[in-house]
Design a protein around this ligand. Structure first.
Ligand SMILES: C[S@@+](CC[C@H](N)C(=O)[O-])C[C@H]1O[C@@H](n2cnc3c(N)ncnc32)[C@H](O)[C@@H]1O
Ligand code: SF4
Length: 464
């Protein structure tokens, strides 16, 4: 089936970028061909998987509120109107928790990731309530990592001590830039001072690891400003640094104002991304496995590492949360507050879309596309997880990509040669099955047939 399909795969990638609302553009099949969720089927799938005696189960919880909506943000979150909104959301979350707690009675979760939105927006009473709900309905005795996303200007020393008390071991701080003018321009309510203050307080409170999120390639951001930010990052020395190239999906204020990144802006984004990596490498940071740059492997995101290394499942709770049931498939909660509420109150489940693997090879395709983005994929891991020889089951796809110089095929591993994420998303689609390609084609606007293979330049600067 694999022929020169670059143009089609670029079109599918663009469609994903227009429909993505959760940040999983590398998922197979793409979310725009998923089906309506069936809560009973999901429940049975979890029970079956749990009965097999699964280990290393993760939990993701989405808290979708922020002080203000940043101009660049691509995640599902709402500007908060009043604190009661959070209380109401916690009421719903508790109902969802109750629904799953019976199913997960025998499971001890290994990791908890609290993301958003801005989880640190919860006041101390709400934070206590949130953790009491989670820890009383589920078993976290064997948990080795709790990650909590924060916006520095919503933190206080008291909150940080509370987070430490509730076992938060890695704080993800949304720093974005140290340039106050840009912060303001991007609609952020935080400032350089608030970052310094909360960073020092988080260290004092004893939170084990701190991760900084830094944006690059935003309109108005100069190379000079980015370099200055990176210098300050290195001076502060957080444990992990994510340099996030700006991807303007439809949830961003940028796209909603009808703007598009120009080729020049995309080039600048790449330049900043490369510069950020170089600066961090020179300062002694290294690529952590299944992570960005950091200092120690223990600081990496354990939930992602478990999913890649062991194909471990994770349960997603809250609006727009994704769940992965190994051996079955993936499903997503409603990305809209009202529908999330209705789902819980009417069906006890806010599941919205699901995609069940049709067979083991489909799961292997999902697995490869998800894990090859970390460059190296040992074949014996695939054999151990799925009992299949990748060179036999995906022979045609692998040979084609080797011929196109996109991957290296060695006896022990596959290696991606594409370092640009946008280009990776296009080439990894050569692992799509014929049926899924057809399904995607049906959902695409009619596209002009183009025979020629698109140029590397064109592939490199994908807005995604
Ligand atoms: C869900 S946000 C949580 C951070 C926290 N709410 C804050 O802003 O301080 C996670 C991170 O994704 C990154 N991000 C948000 N929008 C993005 C976009 N359009 N492209 C790339 N990265 C983005 C930002 O660096 C952000 O810190
Ligand atoms: S970047 Fe963070 S604070 Fe800004 S809108 Fe997104 S989630 Fe909210």
């Amino acid at each position: 089936m694999v022929k020169d399909k670059d143009y089609l795969f670029k079109a599918i990638t663009e469609k994903i970028s227009q429909t993505d609302f959760v940040g999983f553009p590398f998922y197979y099949p793409p979310i725009f061909v998923w089906h309506k969720a069936k809560p009973e089927e999901i429940k049975t799938a979890w029970k079956r998987t749990i009965n097999k005696g699964i280990e290393k189960v993760g939990m993701y919880i989405h808290l979708p509120f922020c002080l203000s909506r940043c101009f660049f943000c691509r995640f599902p979150a709402h500007q908060i109107k009043n604190s009661a909104q959070i209380d109401n959301y916690l009421n719903l979350l508790e109902k969802e928790v109750k629904f799953y707690s019976k199913i997960f009675k025998s499971v001890s979760f290994r990791s908890l990731y609290v993301g958003g939105g801005t989880p640190s927006l919860l006041n101390q009473t709400q934070l206590k309530r949130f953790f009491e709900i989670i820890y009383s309905y589920f078993d976290f005795k064997k948990c080795i990592q709790v990650v909590f996303e924060t916006n520095p200007n919503t933190l206080s020393y008291e909150k940080l001590k509370l987070l430490k008390k509730y076992k938060v071991s890695r704080l993800n701080m949304g720093v974005q830039t140290f340039d106050d003018k840009l912060m303001k321009k991007w609609g952020r309510s935080s400032s350089r001072n608030s970052v310094y203050k909360s960073y020092q307080e988080a260290r004092k409170a004893g939170v084990k690891y701190i991760n900084f999120d830094i944006m690059c390639g935003l309109p108005g951001q100069t190379l000079k400003s980015f370099r200055e930010t990176m210098k300050e990052v290195i001076k502060l020395s957080p444990d992990v640094v994510h340099v996030n190239p700006f991807f303007p999906n439809p949830l961003t204020g940028f796209s909603q104002q009808g703007k598009r990144l120009s080729k020049k802006e995309m080039e600048k984004r790449e330049e900043m991304n490369d510069l950020g990596r170089q600066m961090l490498l020179s300062a002694g940071y290294k690529f952590l496995q299944f992570e960005d740059l950091g200092k120690k492997d223990e600081a990496r995101n354990i939930q992602i590492a478990d999913t890649i290394e062991h194909n471990s499942p994770f349960l997603g709770l809250g609006m727009a949360a994704m769940s992965h049931i190994s051996g079955w498939g993936n499903y997503l909660n409603f990305p809209d507050l009202e529908k999330y509420k209705r789902g819980i109150l009417e069906n006890k489940s806010p599941a919205y879309l699901q995609c069940k693997y049709r067979n083991k090879i489909e799961e292997i395709r999902w697995y490869i596309m998800n894990s090859l983005r970390y460059y190296l994929l040992p074949k014996k891991r695939i054999y151990k997880l799925f009992g299949e020889d990748i060179d036999k089951v995906l022979k045609e796809e692998i040979e084609y990509l080797v011929r196109r110089n996109k991957i290296i095929n060695r006896p022990a591993y596959l290696q991606s040669k594409v370092s640009n994420f946008g280009a990776y998303l296009i080439f990894s689609k050569y692992f799509y099955s014929k049926e899924i390609v057809k399904n995607c084609q049906k959902k695409l606007e009619p596209i002009k047939k183009r025979k020629k293979i698109i140029s590397n330049e064109e592939l490199k600067y994908t807005p995604l």
